[in-house]
Design a protein around this ligand. Structure first.
Ligand code: FPP
Length: 247
């Protein structure tokens, strides 16, 4: 997409401040399928294709961290057929990412409670992480069986155990310690969170990390989301005045 500044002059993404970390809630797959008279699973298949394109685009334009919300701790409530279809898409993607990303710079990580996944999935998760860990490009966090509350509960348990074991004092507990006890340890908080499909909700996504994230709610369903939509969100983000509680 051609980008223009307020004087209607053409400019590139190099001319604006880009977020270091983007989070995306990949929402609207079901509605996209329904609009076309297709099963919801067709929406997820289309959504997985969008994910591939947008992850590549973010890496190409120099985004350092991208976190996508692929499956929440609450999504197990969906019909078995739909859950199975989403798990199949994850598996296909993980197999593909191992070979496709071989000459790539992308670092693949998974955030969420992975203990529930069967051994073959776990093996693919670990292989993707292991193979990509020394690369120097964009970190792609795929949130699978992820819940923001669950993440905070786990951090609290770990810290409480450390206090009980005498490894920590209650006075050592601060915001930094919590940031260091969650899945995104060592990563910057998301600067921008994009939610397509027009819903105004966080849906348990990066609750701790999003304290000062800028939200961009977009009226497009995830399977229809194009690089142009991302550009639009980036331009919107560049215009925001981030104060982090200051003035
Ligand atoms: C939310 O849309 C989407 C999901 C719960 C699943 C997201 C999964 C993918 C994009 C595919 C697989 C991903 C990878 C990483 C390969 P929704 O179903 O809630 O949509 P609706 O609100 O329109 O019903």
């Amino acid at each position: 997409m051609a980008l223009f500044n307020k004087n209607k002059e053409k400019f590139s993404l190099n001319d604006i401040i880009l977020p270091e970390h983007i989070g995306i809630i990949m929402d609207g797959n079901g509605r996209w399928a329904k609009k076309r008279g297709l099963p919801r699973t067709a929406g997820h298949t289309a959504g997985a294709q969008t994910f591939r394109r947008i992850a590549r685009y973010c890496s190409d334009i120099g985004i350092k961290y991208l976190t996508v919300y692929a499956f929440s701790t609450e999504n197990w409530k969906r019909p078995k057929e739909e859950v199975d279809a989403i798990m199949k898409l994850f598996k296909e993607y993980m197999i593909e990412a191992i070979s496709d990303f071989q000459d790539d710079s992308i670092v693949v990580k998974f955030i969420g409670d992975r203990t529930v996944f069967p051994p073959d999935m776990l093996e693919l998760i670990e292989k993707n992480e292991q193979d990509s860990k020394d690369r120097d490009g964009m970190v792609l966090n795929i949130a699978m069986n992820y819940g923001g509350r669950d993440e905070i509960v786990n951090a609290v348990k770990t810290i409480a155990q450390d206090v009980k074991d005498g490894k920590l004092d209650v006075s050592d507990i601060n915001a930094q310690l919590i940031s260091d006890s969650i899945y995104t340890k060592g990563q910057p908080d998301p600067d921008l969170i994009i939610r397509p499909s027009g819903e105004y909700r966080t849906s348990n996504f990066l609750l701790w990390q999003s304290a000062y994230s800028e939200y961009c709610i977009m009226d497009v369903l995830w399977p229809d989301f194009k690089s142009e939509h991302l550009d639009k969100a980036l331009i919107e983000y560049a215009k925001r005045n981030r104060r982090f509680g200051g003035i």
